[in-house]
Design a protein around this ligand. Structure first.
Ligand code: GLY
Length: 431
């Protein structure tokens, strides 16, 4: 059978890698892919957000399954276009993708079905925003309703700054249409946690919990990024907490069914765990997390080809068991998440791979003749796998230190909350 993966980041490389090890698929294709995905898949230069082009490609290669990696093809309805042609897809239709595409929709959904989420107001005018802010204490949380490439959530200390932001978003179009509605919500201090739930209309499967590191610098400092590293499992998540997250997952699945949303794919549940160990849902995404996928997928002791095909066809899921631990370190271009240059040669990959248990997933890389060069902000995720979390981290950093490109930077403290929880930090504001 043949699988087609849409997207070209490290998450999609991890998907391609697990599918290349599946008994189910003997051919993997990706559009557009990247320099690393090319090692396990045939690449196609099409725009993955254009339904007609994806359908034409899926038909041409006789794809038995299409897996949607990033959110953009979900928002343009690519899964709906494929399903119309009878092609199984791992990824929700446009109705389910609204959980990620509109924060106002997601928050109203949560409120409707009793999912714990910070109290909020949906504001369409500056006057409404002023009123909503006046009911709260600092820090203030302001979020753009629509997708803003990770740049739509703000946590600010000063009321005047929050008002300025609302004005820029609502009246000046700072983030275009994405910010013409804003959500103002209560601030919750705590620890971030990621739950990813496979869901296919009838069956669900909760994947091992993981933790992302969204700030650019050690100690959770610096600007927000797409994610600088992740680890799994999360030893500080108690049984009681896991139980509460299972309840949230079941409630989410039941609510989708009740609202006649035939969701087939994965729901990313972004949580904040407060000091009383209560989980609050900050956001849903309609896809695997990046970099969470790079650590979670490899440690699940399943045939991901079987699992993704079952989800796409709404057939019973086999139990998902985790085996071992994983730590992923994102190597980024100098300057990321701000301005960065590309085109620098990447060396040391072979050396890094010599450490047993090291996987390297490419994001912003491309081939330039014999050379591999940087082509994006997040360049690689280097993953260490081991039965012990500590060793997994050692392996990930051994791998990362063997790799070099001009300006490369990465955090040195991934998994600190699990392995050195006393490291000082400003608690829980990395949204
Ligand atoms: N790791 C955050 C995200 O994928 O949205």
């Amino acid at each position: 059978m043949k699988a087609l993966i849409l997207g070209g980041g490290a998450r999609e490389h991890a998907i391609a890698w697990v599918l290349s090890r599946s008994k189910v698929f003997d051919e993997i294709h990706a559009a557009p892919g990247n320099g690393g995905i090319a090692e396990v898949a045939h690449l196609h230069e099409i725009n993955p957000t254009k339904g007609e082009d994806v359908v034409a490609l899926a038909k041409k290669i006789s794809a038995d399954l299409t897996v949607v990696g990033p959110e953009a093809p979900l928002m343009t309805g690519v899964p709906d276009a494929l399903r119309c042609e009878g092609i199984p897809v791992f990824g929700p239709g446009i109705d389910g993708a609204r959980l990620e595409g509109s924060k106002a929709f997601a928050k109203s959904f949560m409120l409707d079905v009793g999912i714990p989420t910070p109290s909020f107001h949906i504001c369409r005018t500056v006057a409404e925003a002023k009123e909503a802010l006046s009911l709260r204490h600092p820090p203030f949380v302001v979020k753009a309703d629509g997708l803003a490439a990770g740049k739509g959530a703000f946590v600010v200390e000063e009321l005047a700054e929050a008002m300025r932001l609302c004005h820029s978003l609502l009246e000046e179009g700072m983030l275009g249409e994405a910010g013409r509605t804003v959500i103002i919500e209560d601030y919750i201090a705590g620890r971030e946690l990621t739950a990813m739930l496979l869901i296919d209309g009838k069956n669900t499967g909760l994947l091992p919990l993981s933790q992302d590191h969204k700030r650019a610098l050690d100690g959770d400092k610096g600007p927000n990024t797409g994610g600088m590293g992740a680890y799994v499992p999360v030893p500080w998540a108690s049984k009681a907490l896991v139980g509460r997250i299972e309840e949230i997952s079941s409630a989410t699945a039941c609510a989708l069914k009740a609202k006649n949303i035939d969701y087939r794919g994965v729901i990313y549940i972004g949580l904040m765990v407060d000091r009383d160990e209560r989980p609050w849902v900050l956001e849903y995404n309609a896809r695997f997390g990046d970099p969470e996928a790079q650590v979670v997928l490899p440690i699940c002791d399943v045939d991901w080809g079987e699992v993704m095909l079952s989800v796409a066809k709404s057939e019973p899921l086999s139990a998902i068991r985790a085996k071992g631990c994983a730590v992923g370190v994102v190597m980024a271009s100098g300057g990321y998440p701000g301005h960065y240059d590309v085109g620098f040669e990447i060396s040391g990959l072979e050396e890094a791979r010599k450490t047993e248990g090291v996987l390297i997933f490419h994001a912003g890389t491309k081939r330039d003749g014999e050379k591999l060069i940087t082509s994006g902000g997040r360049v690689l995720t280097v993953v260490g796998l081991d039965p012990s979390l500590e060793e997994a981290r050692t392996k990930a950093y051994r791998g990362a230190s063997a790799i070099s490109f001009e300006g490369a930077h990465y955090r040195r403290d991934i998994a600190w909350q699990a392995l050195s929880p006393k490291t000082p930090r400003k608690g829980g504001d990395a949204r």
